[in-house]
Design a protein around this ligand. Structure first.
Ligand SMILES: O=C(O)[C@H](O)[C@@H](O)[C@H](O)[C@H](O)COP(=O)(O)O
Length: 216
């Protein structure tokens, strides 16, 4: 597994770099995992303005919060609004049915999406990624897992597992802001945090200067 760190001056630079990378990886269509949360949304807005074969692109959030479909806090809604591309196929977890039913229902859908052209993940201040939280069970053989006591609200979620997230040639972590510096440092130092359990052949950390750890 190779790891590369690319540092941009600020969050806007990270957004531009991520949008360009996604446009390149999806230039002939394909399937990708998009991180939830706030960090990547500016990149998704830029990506949505690109001329791509949107009808030949299938996307899925890295995880979903077990909220009603119309909740503004749902990752699929935030991603869809940011992209603003009605022709793209954005798969949605039926997370409103609860973690177990949503995970069971999506296992076959995710199987059919593998392998991904690219996987984009965020990083939480505690070192979580998707809805894979430190100290929580990771070792599932499934591709999709239920989450019941997430430290980041809401507590009930559904997430792609390391087994699913590793099914790509390029795994990209997008990390901005000084509040993420410690978590990024711990991941890059190889601590047994969820990002380090995803064995994709290539990892790229796209970060701004504020998040750049002093690994001296
Ligand atoms: O559902 C979620 O919250 C995300 O999947 C989560 O893993 C997110 O990527 C990180 O918590 C970073 O979130 P921010 O980008 O908002 O800091």
């Amino acid at each position: 597994m190779s790891t590369r760190l690319e540092t941009l001056p600020d969050a806007q630079g990270v957004a531009q770099a991520l949008a360009g990378l996604l446009a390149e990886r999806l230039r002939q269509g394909g399937r990708a995992v998009l991180a939830g949360g706030q960090t990547p949304l500016p990149a998704y807005r830029l990506l949505g303005r690109r001329s791509l074969p949107w009808k030949a692109i299938e996307l899925i959030p890295s995880d979903e919060r077990c909220l009603e479909p119309e909740s503004p806090e749902r990752n699929d809604r935030q991603i869809g609004l940011a992209l603003g591309q009605p022709e793209v196929r954005l798969h949605r977890f039926p997370a409103e049915r609860g973690p177990a039913l949503a995970a069971a229902q999506m296992e076959g859908v995710v199987t059919a999406l593998l392998p991904f052209a690219v996987v984009v993940l965020g990083l939480g201040e505690d070192g979580h990624t998707a809805s894979l939280f430190p100290g929580h069970p990771l070792g599932v053989e499934a591709l999709v897992a239920p989450v019941y006591r997430a430290p980041k609200p809401p507590p009930q979620r559904v997430t792609l597992t390391p087994k699913a997230l590793a099914q790509t040639s390029l795994l990209v972590f997008v990390v901005t802001g000084a509040e993420k510096r410690e978590a990024l440092e711990r991941v890059l130092r190889g601590e047994p945090l969820p990002p380090n359990h995803i064995a994709a052949p290539q990892r790229l950390f796209l970060c701004d200067r504020a998040a750049l750890p002093s690994l001296g």
